[in-house]
Design a protein around this ligand. Sequence first.
Ligand code: PEP
Length: 249
Amino acid sequence: MALRKLIAGNWKMNGLASDGLALAADLARRVKRHPLDCDLLVCPPATLVRAVADALSGSGIAVGGQDCHTGRSGAHTGDIAASMLKDAGCSHVILGHSERRTDHHESDALVRAKVEAARAAGLVAIVCVGETAQQRDAGQALKVVSGQLAGSLPDGMSAAQLVIAYEPVWAIGTGRTPTAADVAAVHGHIRTELRQRVADATSVRLLYGGSVKPDNARELLHVANVDGALIGGASLKAPDFWAIAEAAA
Ligand code: PEP
């Protein structure tokens, strides 16, 4: 049975109050005028989480964080606990994004501890995996993804607590995308791997991420085992994000 699709926007380090709130209000207006048969999520920078959550209240559009700390509180200057995201209006948090794995040297073990913190706080963890261009060229894409899943997922996760985003690093922000056949191969592999780790693996939503745009969304979103998309650049423009969501619905 097809899972309800999730279309998630990762705003990354973009947005002051003026443009972030205008984007949220635009999306809320669109969904009110024309409700879609898919779930929508936006992940603004931490400074805008509460204001965006307030602006989207009652719209059905969910709000997520882009990272969290492993701990519940304490002396961690600049970090944010999962419970703080929850308190500010989040239901989800993106963890292990390749930009954090690279910029902040996040290991699978650290991502796993963050997923545990998210679960303890009642947040759905969107765990990102994906290979670099060199790894793909070396024929290691499936092996890399398997290793990231094995290292980043705590035991005992359920579909209600977990979303996986397959984001080939070489496709993020580049305008390049894998072929539908490549996406199908990796997503099928992820589903098989999850069967060993998650009791209700068939219900875990698997998102594709990496240069999803209005003009390629329909094809990518209808590949087998693709249950939605994680969108960076195109999520910053309401018409583009909306067009991608319409392609899913
Ligand atoms: C991302 O970084 O999660 C992403 C998918 O970015 P983009 O859509 O810009 O490639």
